[in-house]
Design a protein around this ligand. Structure first.
Ligand code: ATR
Length: 280
């Protein structure tokens, strides 16, 4: 019987996940379909029960349900528990198990574009929201040595550091301090919404002090080149947008469901085409 997968969120109309996963099922000859479901917050509990009852084999979870779904699942993977958010649910028998592949997808894409593992590099993380949490905890879990955090609201950065269950050396900085010390970092990871439409001309920090051999990874992929990437590029730094993170979180979810890591280049192509030719 055809297996059914999906993604739940609200809104969900613009999700690129159905194209990405349905193409991967087709390419691998897997008899399955991936369907977007728009689920209102007040109907989340009913939706999870319904998905279990109709036999969904697994699904992705996106805004605004990533945290709210956690108490509704049968088991949560320790990394997802630490991050406090689930983006992938896998069915095992009659149990729904929650994982988070956002951070792992990001680190996978970063290592690839950087050309080697980033774990021994001096990393600056800008932002302390949900996306920063997934990235910081995953980097720490994988053994990153030094990840400093710069955030507008210091309490949020303190909380992020204080609740990290994995050992990592971290200094907390204001955005101004980060600007001054920018030359100390090999890798700068941008996780705030600054640079996204309509604020496409803004950067969270000034990039004047970046080293020409540094690397900037912005998790935004629309626009394909954010202002921070432009400014870093002018200083000679290498840059990357958030497209690989999006593609790889999906590919890792697919692997959890099927045991097969899909063709990453092919998945990237599907998403690039959907975005009108954007490169990773
Ligand atoms: P997400 O889940 O996408 O990470 P979030 O949890 O709302 O979103 O986090 C947004 C991040 O962007 C936070 O680090 C936020 O800084 P604060 O903790 O000070 O709120 C940061 N951010 C958003 N708008 C900002 C702005 N105008 N200037 C500086 N930082 C901003």
């Amino acid at each position: 019987m055809k297996k059914l997968y999906g993604v739940i969120g609200d809104p969900i109309g613009h999700s690129m996940s159905p194209d990405m996963h349905n193409d991967a099922f087709k390419a691998l000859g897997i008899d399955a379909h991936y369907q977007p479901f728009q689920i209102k917050s007040e109907e989340l509990k009913m939706a999870v029960l319904g998905m279990k009852a109709i036999g969904l084999s697994g699904f992705n979870v996106t805004v605004p349900h990533k945290t709210a779904i956690m108490p509704l699942l049968d088991e949560i993977d320790p990394l997802a528990e630490a991050i406090g958010a689930v983006n992938t649910v896998v069915r095992k028998g009659n149990r729904f198990i929650g994982y988070n592949t956002d951070g792992e997808g990001f680190v996978h894409g970063l290592n690839e574009k950087y050309g080697r593992s980033v774990l021994d590099q001096h990393i600056l993380l800008i932002g302390a929201g949900g996306a920063a949490r997934a990235i910081y905890y995953t980097l720490s879990q994988q053994g990153a040595v030094r990840v400093d955090i710069a955030n507008r609201t210091p309490e949020k950065a303190e909380q992020l550091k204080g609740r990290c269950p994995y050992p990592v050396e971290t200094a907390l900085l204001s955005l101004e301090e980060a600007e001054k010390k920018l030359g100390e970092y090999d890798i700068i990871i941008q996780t705030t919404s600054i640079g996204m439409s309509p604020n496409v001309d803004e950067t969270p920090i000034n990039m004047d002090n970046i080293r020409p051999d540094a690397f900037v990874s912005d998790i935004i992929y629309n626009p394909a080149e954010t202002m921070i990437m432009k400014k870093a590029g002018i200083q000679g730094a290498r840059v990357q947008n958030g497209l690989k993170m999006f593609v790889y979180q999906g590919a890792l979810a697919f692997e959890k469901w099927t045991g097969i890591l899909p063709d990453l280049k092919r998945m990237e192509k599907i998403v690039q085409n959907k975005l009108g030719g954007t490169s990773c």
